[in-house]
Design a protein around this ligand. Structure first.
Ligand code: G6P
Length: 608
């Protein structure tokens, strides 16, 4: 949902801005722009489309100057066009603003500004901010911004420069992410950490309602009312290599192959010498766990699918009833949540607007809220009562892959811990499940080396316009995730169904042109899945079966068979996911799609 960068220091600002925007392009790529103070001129360059267009324009006509701001856009207000591209400037052309978020009262502000004689040139909500700064400016940019912020409703991460104060960037945030990379004699404002990693791993996480005055020498953070704030500094554990492609063709492929590592890191240290699952983040006594009457999971997109896996595990092992809702529904439906409910909010980015709103709703109703996130210092970490981190490292590809399986790993640990605290599983059973879980990263590693058969399956999908994904039990969320991956990056329509539901509708769609993926791993519903394969094949469909290694029978039923390592039924969501991720990837590549930046999508959805 838009990426912003600001740089002040000794380097040529455009180099840092373009480099930073390239690492934020996953947030949006409808247009890009920069504004740089070069002597006594504020130079603005904007281009529609991907960053490459802006980069080319700047190569042809370089901009000097060592302070500036940049933006990569995911359009909300106003179509993708040059006029609507950020940075936006005021009437004088001396003030420039980049923004991520939505100014909800922009329409009123536009009317007010127009009545006062301001000429607004775009259709965006952001341009109002530039003109408001112009209106309130009396020689002190921070003061002017403070007054402007008091007028704004909605969400924002902002970076603002003014030709009158050519050494300063003013940054502020509310409900949209913003960090500041602290360098030696230089500082970089950005929506996300990868944009600053080339220069520093020391990061200031700006909090909601804070305003930062950023110069080359330092950063001064104040609250909205002007009182000094204690900045929160984080040392980032991973380095730039983790945010680069490292020899892979795409980030998505690299991230698929990083799953063994992400799983190992996420599971590390979770089993104590005493046989007790270590999850101090839960911060609940056995009595408090015993008092939990229900778990409610909220999440969006891929994280929701990880939640579906967690529901099955928590119910099976801890015997606690689990509700699950997409965050955007949960928050608006007067949910039944109280002090006896444990709410688990799953969000890779920790910044998804609907999930954050759901967390707030749950907190207000007295529930204990655990967040599962991949991003240290993200917003959800400040709002939830406890945080379980996945340690997947940065995920740049818009389609989530390694963070999904890492979420399942973290949630499996949570389910085991709840079961243990409730006394619902014997010590031996917990130990056996843990042993198997701890072995999954190695199994996935071997699996990734042995998935050549996917290429052949991908050919069956290449020219399809529609497809079906079926599964039972833990295969249902895997089927849903497989369908989501395929539609996200290859633009082939894909629907997922619990296989038992197929005869209640989807079977009507089946023709020889509709390839069907069936998650048919071994378990107590295996034979039913085989029957479903027979039913779709009888109607001419081509079937890709995701089956368990050693299952010689399945090849008699499906055209294509992809095998996964043998694990117990309840733990097979992770290994069964790998082939559907790779299938989507290969199909998208065959169709010539940009897998890292699929159309219309953004990695982090910070607006409702
Ligand atoms: C977007 C992304 C998805 C992601 C979803 C939820 O739609 O493209 O990959 O699953 O948001 O994001 P979150 O950060 O809350 O997990």
């Amino acid at each position: 949902m838009c990426g912003i960068v600001g740089y002040v220091g000794p380097r040529r600002a455009t180099d840092v801005l373009i480099g930073g925007l390239a690492r934020l392009e996953y947030r949006g790529y409808d247009s890009a722009g920069v504004a740089v103070i070069d002597g006594d001129v504020l130079e603005v360059q904007r281009r529609v489309g991907k960053l490459a267009n802006l980069r080319e324009a700047i190569t042809v006509k370089p901009i000097e100057g060592s302070i500036g701001i940049g933006h990569t856009r995911w359009a909300t207000h106003g179509r993708p066009s040059e006029e609507n591209a950020h940075p936006h400037t005021d009437c004088s052309g001396r003030i420039a603003v980049v923004h991520n978020g939505i100014i909800e009262n922009y329409s009123d502000l536009r009317s007010e500004l127009a009545a006062a004689g301001h000429v607004l040139r775009s259709e965006t909500d952001t341009e109002t901010v530039a003109h408001l700064v112009e209106a309130y400016y009396e020689g002190d940019l921070v003061e002017a911004v403070r007054k402007v912020l008091a007028r704004l409703r909605g969400s924002y991460a902002l970076a603002i420069v003014h030709l009158d104060s050519p050494d300063e960037i003013v940054a502020a945030r509310r409900d949209s992410p913003l960090i500041i990379g602290l360098g030696e004699g230089e500082n970089i404002v950005a929506s996300d950490i990868p944009a600053v990693l080339e220069y520093t791993r020391k990061v200031l996480a700006l909090r909601d309602g804070q305003v930062a005055l950023v110069t080359a020498e330092g950063v001064t953070v104040t609250e909205l009312d002007g009182t000094p704030a204690e900045p929160e500094i984080i040392m980032v554990e991973w380095d730039l290599a983790a945010a680069e492609k490292g020899g892979y063709e795409d980030f998505m492929l690299k991230e698929i192959y990083e799953q063994p590592k992400a799983l190992r890191e996420t599971l590390r240290g979770r089993m104590g010498a005493d046989g007790v699952i270590q999850l101090s983040e839960l911060a609940m006594t056995p009595e408090q766990v015993a008092a939990i009457e229900r778990v409610t999971i909220i999440a969006c997109g891929t994280s929701y699918h990880a939640g579906l896996v967690a529901k099955q595990l928590i119910e099976a092992w801890a015997r606690i009833p689990v509700d699950i809702d997409v965050s955007s529904e949960f928050r608006y439906r007067d949910p039944i949540v109280d002090a006896r409910t444990l709410v688990v909010a799953i969000t890779q980015s920790g910044e998804t607007a609907d999930t954050l709103a759901g967390v707030r709703e749950a907190c207000e109703r007295g529930a204990k809220v655990m967040a599962v996130t991949n991003v240290v210092g993200s917003r959800v970490t400040r709002e939830a009562d406890g945080v379980i981190y996945t340690h997947a490292g940065p995920e740049i590809g818009v389609a989530a892959t390694k963070t999904f399986t890492a979420q399942i790993a973290a949630l499996t640990v949570l389910a085991l811990r709840l079961a243990q605290a409730k006394g619902a599983l014997s010590e031996e059973r917990v130990a056996a499940l843990w042993d198997e879980l701890a072995h999954i990263p190695d199994l996935v590693e071997a699996e990734l080396e042995d998935l050549g058969s996917i290429d052949e399956c991908a050919l069956a999908f290449k020219d399809a316009t529609s497809s079906l994904f079926l599964g039972r039990g833990s295969g249902v969320p895997v089927a849903m995730e497989g369908a989501l991956k395929l539609k996200e990056i290859s633009y082939i329509h894909a629907e997922a169904y619990a296989a038992g539901e197929m005869k209640h509708g989807p079977i009507a769609l089946i023709t020889p042109d509709i390839p069907v993926v069936v998650i048919a791993t071994q378990g107590h519903t295996y034979e039913k899945a085989v029957s479903n394969i027979q039913e779709v094949r009888a109607r001419g469909a081509q079937v890709v079966a995701v089956a368990t290694a050693g299952d010689d029978e399945i090849a008699h039923h499906a055209e294509y068979v992809v095998t996964i390592p043998r694990v117990s039924e309840q733990l097979c969501a992770i290994p069964a996911t790998i082939p559907v991720q790779l299938l989507a990837y290969r199909v998208a590549k065959l169709r010539g799609c940009n897998v890292d930046q699929p159309r219309n999508l953004a990695k982090s959805v910070t607006v409702e």
